[in-house]
Ligand binder design. Structure first.
Ligand code: UDP
Length: 301
C-alpha cells in the first residue's frame, strides 16, 4: 500500500519522504520513484526517533499479514506503540497532520455485523493476534491522547482487508496465497472449512480513501472504516480465483489458526456520509488486475 500511496501523492504534486525498514517492503515497488526529484527514500525503522520537517504523515508502519506480524510479535507491538509515539512526536514538533492506518482487527472476532465505528470490539488481549490487534488499539489510543492533550491534528482510518498488485509472493494473506497457488496449479490452502468471511478492498480504492480522509475537514478525525462491504466466504474467494486463473488447483483444508475472526464486513456509512468515499472496484475486476501482476512476477502464462 505504501508504494501505491507514494505514487499517488507524487502524481498529485506533493513532495514525498518514504520511510521503510524493508521488513516486508520491497524496493522493486518504488523503483519507478527513486530518481524522481520530489521523492526521497530513507531506510529507517520508526521504533527509533527521527527528525523531519513535514506537513502530513501517513503512518502505515507495521506488517499487516498475520504470518509476518506473528514472526516477531514483540517487534510488532514496538512498531505500533513506539512507532506511533515517534510519529506523534514529529507531528507535535512540526504541527503536521497525522493519519494513522488502523485496522478492522481492532474489532477482533466481532459480535456486531457489519462492524461500525462505535463498536468497541471483541479482542483477545493475550492471544497470538494480540500483538497486532492490541498494538493497533494502543496506537489509536495514542492518536486520541495526543489530540486531546497536545492538540495534534490526528486522523484514524480502520483499514479492512486490502489486496492488489505489489503484494509479496510470500505475503501469507489469503488473496496472494490463493492466486500464487492457483497460477502454479498447486492446492489452494483453506484454513478451517471455508465458511469464514472477509470483505476485500482493492488497493486503488483504499488509497483514495486514505488521501480523502487526510484532506477532509479537521473536525472529522475518525475513526472511520475504509473497506469494501461486499462480503465473501473464503470458499467463494477460492472458487472465484480458480475460475479467473483457469487453474486446475484442488482445495486442501488446513487447521484454522487461533483467534481467526469468523466474519468481517465494514459498515461504511460514516465514510460515505462524511467524506463521500465508497469503493468502486468490484472483486472480480480487482482480482483480475492482481492475477495479471502475479503472472508477470511468477513468469507464468
Ligand atoms: N486463509 C486461508 N488460507 C490461506 C490464508 C488465509 O484460508 O492461505 C484464511 C484465514 O484463515 C482467514 C482469511 O483467510 O480466515 C483471511 O486471512 P488473511 O491472513 O488474509 O487476513 P486476516 O483477515 O485474517 O487478517
Amino acid at each position: 500500500m505504501g508504494s501505491h500511496l507514494c505514487d499517488r501523492l507524487l502524481n498529485e504534486g506533493n513532495d514525498v519522504i518514504c520511510l521503510d525498514n524493508f521488513f516486508t517492503g520491497n524496493k522493486n515497488n518504488i523503483a519507478q520513484l527513486i530518481n524522481l526529484p520530489h521523492f526521497e527514500l530513507i531506510r529507517h525503522d520508526i521504533i527509533n526517533p527521527i527528525y523531519l520537517e513535514v506537513d502530513e504523515i501517513y503512518n502505515l508502519a507495521c506488517p499487516a499479514s498475520p504470518v509476518h506480524y506473528q514472526f516477531n510479535p514483540i517487534k510488532t507491538v514496538k512498531t505500533n506503540v513506539m512507532g506511533a509515539i515517534n510519529v506523534l512526536g514529529i507531528a507535535k514538533r512540526t504541527k503536521a497532520k497525522v493519519l494513522q492506518a488502523s485496522t478492522s482487527e481492532v474489532y477482533g472476532n466481532p459480535e456486531v455485523h457489519p462492524q461500525n465505528e462505535s463498536y468497541w470490539g471483541k479482542v483477545n488481549p493475550v492471544g497470538i493476534r494480540s500483538c497486532y490487534d492490541e498494538g493497533k488499539r494502543a496506537a489509536e489510543c495514542l492518536m486520541m491522547d495526543y489530540r486531546r492533550q497536545n492538540s495534534v491534528n490526528t486522523k484514524i482510518v480502520r483499514i479492512f482487508n486490502t489486496y492488489g498488485p505489489r503484494m509479496a509472493i510470500n505475503d501469507g494473506r489469503v488473496v496472494s496465497n490463493f492466486i500464487v497457488q492457483a497460477l502454479q496449479n498447486k492446492n489452494i490452502t483453506i484454513y478451517g472449512d471455508g465458511s469464514h468471511t472477509r470483505s476485500f478492498c482493492y488497493v486503488d480504492d483504499m488509497i483514495t480513501g486514505l488521501i480523502t480522509m487526510m484532506n477532509s475537514a479537521d473536525d472529522f478525525y475518525g475513526p472511520v472504516n475504509i473497506g469494501n462491504p461486499a462480503e465473501f466466504t473464503i470458499m467463494q474467494l477460492a472458487q472465484l480465483i480458480i475460475k479467473l486463473t483457469n487453474s486446475s488447483s484442488g482445495i486442501e483444508f488446513q487447521p484454522l489458526p487461533a483467534d481467526d475472526p469468523v466474519q468481517r464486513k465494514p459498515d461504511i456509512s460514516l465514510a460515505m456520509g462524511k467524506i463521500s468515499w465508497k469503493p468502486k472496484v468490484e472483486l472480480g475486476e480487482g482480482l483480475s488486475n492482481t492475477i495479471h501482476y502475479f503472472r508477470e512476477v511468477l513468469k507464468v502464462k
